[in-house]
Design a protein around this ligand. Sequence first.
Ligand SMILES: Nc1nc2c(c(=O)[nH]1)N=C([C@H](O)[C@H](O)COP(=O)(O)OP(=O)(O)OP(=O)(O)O)CN2
Ligand code: ZN
Length: 122
Amino acid sequence: MLIFKEFTFDAAHFLPKVPQEHKCRNLHGHTYRLKLFLEGEADPEMGWVVDFGEVKKAWKKVEPLLDHQYLNDVPGLENPTVENIAPWIWRKLKPELPQLAKIELWETPTAGVIYEGEHSKG
Ligand SMILES: Nc1nc2c(c(=O)[nH]1)N=C([C@H](O)[C@H](O)COP(=O)(O)OP(=O)(O)OP(=O)(O)O)CN2
Ligand SMILES: [Zn+2]
């Protein structure tokens, strides 16, 4: 069974590798939408895969590292594309949430990434 919980965080960034004339070379911000998927069998006694409260607790430890931050200054996020941010979040959360199976990270309402861990292609 796959369960999910969703969060948002606000952050500023620019993309240092794009040409000068690319709009994303300019400093700008996003409200990122993060959806965490956790996979497992529902515990027959509790009736759940993992307590959503535990998912929130794990995210709350990582959130201050990203929320209202300038992502380019965060170690490991010098080139803060969604393709780089999602694995970064994964590496922070996976030890706390071993059932983590998939991350969806939306940078805008129309663009984002789906990441399923190191075995993901690319
Ligand atoms: N593959 C990626 N492409 C782009 C990324 C990224 O992380 N991965 N990021 C950006 C910028 O951060 C940009 O802010 C978001 O891009 P874009 O979807 O082009 O933004 P808009 O909201 O302006 O999109 P429109 O559909 O044109 O309104 C760029 N590319
Ligand atoms: Zn951007």
